[in-house]
Design a protein around this ligand. Structure first.
Ligand code: GTP
Length: 605
């Protein structure tokens, strides 16, 4: 049989925690790629951070074999993240597949990212197998959930496969269905090479390792390949598959195959996710469509701190960017904080993860400023003409006399909530300046609420509030729909009479005084007392709207280690030094990392 006919490329999509990674483990075991001895839970979540937090951050690809009706099939699948911030990872995975397994938790049913991810898979024209998972749980209602899949998602209830990723029930049936229902890849092995780069990783010894999906043509070790977008050529020194570890492969790769490639690529910029690989001697006429550029939603600055220098931070960011092209970065300079990078992320969790990965994988110490969104500013130019600017940092706002309008990004949010929490969710949305759109029926006990909300109001602990109101059952998905003008202004924060741009923020005027007072109270808690008194002020356009004072401490902190106990004194100084690693000196005041994040606490109920 033609080898291509027995390849199945698919991904696993679901709402967060519905069991994708555990199901992937079971499929690895069911196909012999992992056994009880080599087994580790969530095997494809190979980043420490993923295991600690119990979430998938990166999509992982793997190739396994499965015998169905006496024929050996090669299944290439990608486990994807479920959180809304990692939609981009999901879109990239979808583009490399012909099918998608949509996992729904038998106790929870359809949730916000179930709907969002299904739409993406349908848009990408993929065949879908719905799976109702966790059927071993006493509270599981598999038949009811299958009907919900039909009513809400429009997929046939009778197509659902019932599994327990915990016990392994239904996994063989699922593997069989994958071979039977998903189409094989259709590319032409004899055409000129076109391979899609869907991921990459930097390795200190081997350079950039490229993860690709063959669309057309054939590629083998020793080939001289060309990256069509960056127009650079390399010799392929190793080709292989993920089983799930990287395993070199001597056979040529043909249309439909998925694997990795090593080609002594030392320059990070030479590999672009979404770029097309072709043969230098017989290039394809056209590159593949590639990926849409990700749209960053929240921005913050990273500055080196402690022992870390600017160049160390630049190197760490560059390397991490190879592995996650969905964050953006550019050098920035702040009078108070020195040289650093302004970075853009797909959401708050994404920002958190990048900061932690930089510190762990890049071994750098950094200080991060509070996140903001992009604002659209209508202003008057030099000759009186109107111009539209986009700013991601309140410090870049033009002079107030030149500003005609400040417009903020608005998202359409779909919130799935238990009926009992509807009133409280509506109250929360209104508090956050939300505009009610509609309410839709989802199931007997659940509704979908649709609101338009300013993005800036969501990034400040909206998600936590939603979870606590609904006892963890509320879920949300959102996308940006445009910019709206509102009564917004920049609030400056002065620490010891010095304006600290990194603490300034754009606020709604109706909330400015409250936000200002609350922020100063939080700063007072976070900034240690110094040898002198520190006034804190919040101001809009030069008018002070709130003030606080941090009283002085008269004494040296080591003075209490009287009697020359050197080791105790040293310990105390070392503790202080460690604390300073995530601290920045602004004028003569030490501002700790926590103070920069104080703006996230809005004080709103
Ligand atoms: P993200 O990658 O973070 O989106 O989550 P995920 O969809 O990969 O979920 P994961 O596999 O991490 O599972 C979430 C939790 O559900 C874990 O505690 C699993 O042990 C548990 N779980 C997954 N499948 C089953 C199942 O079939 N039965 C039971 N009882 N628990 C399950």
């Amino acid at each position: 049989m033609n080898a291509q006919k027995t390849i199945r490329n698919f991904c696993i999509i679901a709402h967060i925690d519905h069991g994708k990674s555990t199901l992937a483990d079971r499929m690895l075991m069911g196909t012999g790629a992992m056994d009880e001895r080599t087994r580790k839970d969530q095997a494809l979540d190979n980043m420490d951070l993923e295991r600690e937090r119990g979430i998938t951050i990166k999509s992982s690809a793997v190739s396994v074999d499965h015998v169905y009706n006496g024929v050996n099939y090669e299944l290439n699948f990608i486990d994807t993240p479920g959180h809304v911030d990692f939609h981009y990872e999901v879109s990239r995975a979808l583009a490399a597949c012909e099918g998608a397994i949509l996992v729904v938790d038998a106790t929870q049913g359809v949730e916000a990212q179930t709907v969002a991810n299904l739409y993406k898979a349908v848009e990408a024209d993929l065949e879908i197998i719905p799976v109702v998972n966790k059927i071993d749980l006493p509270s599981a209602e598999p038949e009811k959930r299958a009907l919900q899949v039909e009513e809400v998602l429009g997929l046939d209830a009778s197509d659902c496969i019932f599994t327990s990723a915990k016990t392994g029930v239904g996994v063989k049936e699922l593997l069989d269905a994958i071979c039977e229902r998903f189409h094989p890849p259709t590319g032409d092995p004899d055409a000129n090479l076109q391979a899609l780069i869907f991921d990459a990783k930097y390795d200190d010894y081997r350079g950039v390792i490229v993860y690709f999906r063959m669309i057309n043509g054939t590629m083998k070790k020793g080939d001289r390949i060309r990256m069509m977008g960056v127009k650079r050529t390399f010799y392929v020194t190793e080709l292989g598959k993920f089983r799930p570890e990287m395993q070199p492969n001597t056979e040529p790769f043909v249309a439909g195959d998925v694997g990795y490639m090593v080609a002594s690529i030392k320059t990070l910029e030479d590999v672009n996710i979404g770029d097309t690989i072709t043969l230098d001697a017989h290039p394809a006429d056209e590159p593949l469509a590639g990926y849409q550029e990700p749209q960053p939603m929240v921005f913050c600055d990273f500055y080196p701190s402690g022992e870390t220098q600017f160049d160390d931070l630049r190197e760490a960011i560059g390397k991490l960017h190879v592995n996650d092209a969905s964050f953006t970065y550019e050098p920035t300079n702040s009078e108070a904080l020195g040289s650093g990078f302004r970075c853009g992320f797909l959401g708050m969790l994404h920002m958190d993860i990048i900061q932690e990965r930089l510190e762990r994988e890049g071994d750098v110490q950094l200080v991060q400023t509070a996140p903001t969104v992009t604002y659209e500013i209508l202003s008057r130019g030099k000759m009186g003409e109107t111009e539209t600017l986009y700013i991601t940092n309140p410090a870049d706002l033009p002079d107030p006399s030149k500003i005609i309008e400040i417009r903020e990004p608005i998202v359409r949010a779909e919130i799935i909530t238990p009926n009992t929490s509807i009133g409280d969710i509506m109250k929360l949305c209104e508090q956050r300046r939300g505009i009610y759109k509609q309410q839709k029926f989802l199931a007997d006990d659940r509704q979908i609420l649709e609101y338009d909300l300013p993005l800036a109001e969501i990034i400040y602990n909206f998600f936590d509030k939603l979870k606590s109101i609904t006892s963890g059952y509320g879920t949300m998905d959102y996308h940006v729909i445009g910019f709206n003008k509102d009564n917004l202004a920049k609030m400056d924060i002065l620490v010891n009479a010095t304006k600290v741009e990194a603490l300034s923020l754009i606020v709604h005027r109706d909330k400015a005084e409250y936000r200002g007072r609350h922020l100063l109270k939080r700063l007072k808690q976070e900034i240690d007392r110094h040898l002198f008194e520190i006034p804190l002020q919040a101001a809009i356009g030069g008018k002070i709207i709130a003030r606080e004072t941090i009283k002085s401490v008269g004494k040296n902190v080591t003075a209490k280690c009287y009697g020359g106990d050197v080791s105790r004194k040293r310990k105390l100084l070392e503790k202080q030094k460690a604390g300073k690693a995530r601290m920045k000196k602004v004028g003569s005041v030490d501002i700790p990392q926590k103070a920069f994040m104080a703006v996230l606490d809005t004080g709103e109920g």
